[in-house]
Ligand binder design. Structure first.
Ligand SMILES: Cc1cc2nc3c(=O)[nH]c(=O)nc-3n(C[C@H](O)[C@H](O)[C@H](O)COP(=O)(O)O)c2cc1C
Length: 231
C-alpha cells in the first residue's frame, strides 16, 4: 500500500469509528530576514531550517549553521526547537477541512504556520534516537495537521506546492540502510505541506558533539544540499 492509500484508509477508519474528527541558531535569526518572509514581493528563496536537537553545539546544531551560512542569498528562518515553545498536536480537529492552515494553539509553531505554508523549502536536522527521528522532530511534523485536506492534491491545503524538503539524520551506530529507507519514508510525508522534491542526508558514526565538523565528506554533502535548495 502506498502512502496516499495508507492515509486514505486511516481517515476512512477514523470516520467509520465515529471520530470526526538562529546563538546557537534560533537566536541568531536575522530579524530582517524573518520579517522578509512575510514580504510577498520578495524574490529570494524562503527557506526554513528546523533543528530538533536539544544538544547545544551538537551535530544537528552545526549542520544547521553550515546550511545557514551557505544560504546567504536566501531568506532563512532558523527554528531552533530547544529555544522555542513547541506543544504537541492536541488532535482537537479544529484545524480540519479548512481552506488554509491554522492552529488554535498559542505557541511558536502556530506562529510560523503561515511561513511554512509560503516557504520554498523546509529542512529538519534531527538526531536519531532509538532508531528514529527524535520526538521533537516528530512533534514538529505532527503539527502540520492543519495542512491536511482530503480533497486536495497531496491531501494538502497549502497555498504553495512544489516545495523542496530535506531530512538530515545524525547518529552513531544504527544500521545505515534501514535508517536511509526510514528517512526517505519520513521525508515523503513532507508532502503534507506541499513538498514535492525531497532529499535525505544520512550521517552515521558521529556520536559526539561536533563530530560532523571532522567529516569533510559530510560537510560537502551539506553544502551540496544548500546548492540544491537555492536552485
Ligand atoms: C536518547 C538517545 C537515543 C539515541 N539513540 C540512538 C540510536 O538509536 N542509534 C544511534 O545510532 N544513535 C543514537 N543516539 C546517538 C545520537 O544519535 C548521536 O549522539 C547524535 O550525534 C546526536 O545528534 P545531535 O548532536 O545533533 O544531538 C542516541 C542518543 C540519545 C541521547
Amino acid at each position: 500500500m502506498n502512502r496516499r492509500d495508507f492515509i486514505k484508509n486511516a481517515i476512512l477508519n477514523l470516520t467509520l469509528a465515529g471520530l470526526s474528527t538562529i546563538p546557537a541558531i534560533a537566536s541568531s535569526v536575522n530579524l530582517n530576514k524573518v520579517s522578509k518572509l512575510n514580504n510577498k514581493e520578495s524574490k529570494m528563496k524562503k527557506i526554513i531550517l528546523v533543528n530538533s536537537s536539544p544538544r547545544v553545539n551538537g551535530n544537528s546544531d552545526n549542520i544547521t549553521k553550515i546550511l545557514a551560512e551557505n544560504l546567504k542569498e536566501c531568506e532563512v528562518l532558523v527554528f531552533n526547537m530547544r529555544e522555542k515553545k513547541c506543544n504537541p498536536c492536541l488532535a482537537c480537529g479544529v484545524c480540519q477541512n479548512k481552506e488554509s492552515a491554522k492552529c488554535i494553539q498559542k505557541d511558536d509553531i502556530s506562529n510560523i504556520i503561515d511561513k511554512i505554508d509560503t516557504c520554498d523549502a523546509l529542512v529538519i536536522a534531527t538526531p536519531i534516537y532509538n532508531q528514529q527521528i527524535n520526538s521533537q522532530a516528530k512533534l514538529f511534523i505532527e503539527r502540520w495537521y492543519p495542512f491536511f485536506n482530503f480533497n486536495n492534491k497531496l491531501y494538502s491545503n497549502t497555498s504553495k506546492y512544489g516545495k523542496k524538503g530535506a531530512l538530515i539524520c545524525s547518529f552513531w551506530g544504527s544500521p545505515v540502510d534501514i535508517t536511509s529507507k526510514y528517512a526517505e519514508w519520513t521525508v515523503s510525508g513532507f508532502s503534507q505541506i506541499g513538498v514535492e522534491h525531497t532529499k535525505t542526508l544520512i550521517f552515521p558514526q558521529i556520536p559526539n558533539k561536533g563530530d560532523v565538523l571532522k567529516r569533510d565528506d559530510y560537510i560537502t554533502q551539506i553544502k551540496e544540499l544548500a546548492k540544491w535548495l537555492k536552485e
